[in-house]
Design a protein around this ligand. Structure first.
Ligand SMILES: [Zn+2]
Length: 143
């Protein structure tokens, strides 16, 4: 597995998470782009919560797999996320968009992000949420 040695989770947990995200792709509703993305969040307790992208005829309403997974997890009282895997059929794996990086910074700031191409699930890139969104906007309240 092409993961750096400072991986926050074990290789077996990562493999389980990657495969959960890949299976979640099957739930994608992507009639326009046909770009199916699956995401899976891992909690510190070892629970996995998944999501897939959902597109709208009004394209701007489309929601990414990462946010669907995150909303699914948050609204079922899951928290304390240690990792998120994102899988799609794209060279190098799908990088989270800016909107997803923002939500991950707010609700999964300590998590590592793992991305992989669905055709090469053993080639995994690892990032921290913090490195994906430096200087994140986290508090709107005046000091
Ligand atoms: Zn996104």
């Amino acid at each position: 597995m092409a993961v750096k040695n400072d991986a926050a989770i074990s290789a077996s947990a990562l493999s389980r998470l990657i495969h959960a995200a890949d299976r979640a792709r099957e739930g994608a509703v992507a009639p326009y782009s046909r770009f199916k993305v699956g995401a899976a969040l891992l909690t510190r307790k070892g629970e996995i919560v998944t999501g897939a992208n959902v597109e709208s005829a009004s394209y701007g309403l489309t929601c990414c797999a990462e946010r669907i997974a995150l909303f699914n997890a948050l609204t079922s009282a899951r928290k304390d996320f240690v990792a998120v895997a994102v899988i799609a059929r794209i060279a190098g794996g799908p990088m989270p968009c800016g909107a997803c990086r923002q939500l991950l910074a707010e609700y999964a700031s300590d998590a590592n992000v793992y991305v992989a191409d669905s055709r090469k699930l053993k080639v995994v890139k690892q990032f921290s949420v913090r490195e994906l969104l430096p200087g994140a906007f986290l508090d709107f309240r005046p000091a």
